[in-house]
Write a protein that binds this ligand. Structure first.
Ligand code: DHB
Ligand code: MG
Length: 220
């Protein structure tokens, strides 16, 4: 597929409505310097997450999959005074780079970066009875359905949950796929189709990133 028009329009939108500052550009630079494959969201997707968090007046935000903190910064910046964001990352190297990036962003007071397996932290938070207003899921894809099920239990009614990468370049159409990431998001998408715990849809995303999609849910 020729993505030129999508990339140009993405740049047009981000120029008008979702521009990056030096802090965000430096995070992308830190990803390149470490030669990590860049799995961050785009600038316009960062703005989209901000709007979703603002729409539910989020004071408590949970992120699964910090990576190097790019989406974390977009989200933490719309927290009201006293708001908190917890972000979980399983890869120690990504976590360490993200820690540094939060300090450079001046957000370390609002952002609690946790290293380790998301399931372990989710179980712990469920025990503690922590509640969230907004959740962004962008971690490993095979357990996506389980992540969303737990996130729903951790959320108040009216909370918004967004899950990245649920279209995977259209590979979700392949019911015979052996790709564990695709199978993981297919399981989530099918769960959403049959659940009355949330009101959900999937937005296809085109632009500077691979053709993909985000699942958007409101907790009923
Ligand atoms: C992958 C993960 C992501 O979160 C993303 O945005 C793109 C790709 C991956 O694991 O392939
Ligand atoms: Mg992603």
């Amino acid at each position: 597929m020729d993505n030129t028009i999508f990339e140009q329009v993405d740049a047009y939108i981000s120029h008008l409505l979702g521009s990056e500052d030096e802090v965000l550009r430096n995070i992308t630079r830190s990803i390149e310097e470490h030669h990590f494959p860049n799995a961050s969201i785009s600038a316009n997707q960062g703005k989209f997450l901000q709007i979703m968090a603002l729409a539910c007046s989020a004071q408590t935000i949970l992120e699964l999959g910090t990576f190097c903190g790019y989406s974390t910064v977009w989200l933490a910046r719309v927290l009201p005074p006293g708001g908190r964001l917890i972000s979980i990352e399983a890869d120690p190297h990504h976590h360490q780079v993200a820690q540094q990036n939060m300090i450079l962003a001046g957000l370390e007071d609002r952002v609690d970066l946790r290293l380790g397996n998301a399931k372990k932290w989710l179980d712990e938070m469920e025990q503690e009875g922590v509640q969230f207003d907004f959740v962004f899921i962008d971690a490993d894809k095979p357990p996506y359905k389980e992540y969303v099920e737990t996130a729903i239990r951790l959320c108040r009614k009216g909370a918004i949950i967004v899950a990245d990468n649920v279209v995977r370049n259209g590979a979700v159409l392949d019911s015979e796929t052996t790709d564990e990431k695709v199978k993981g998001v297919q399981r989530l998408n099918e769960f959403l189709g049959g659940s009355d715990l949330v009101t959900a849809t999937i937005l296809q995303n085109v632009g500077v990133k691979e053709y993909d999609g985000m699942a958007i849910m409101v907790v009923n």
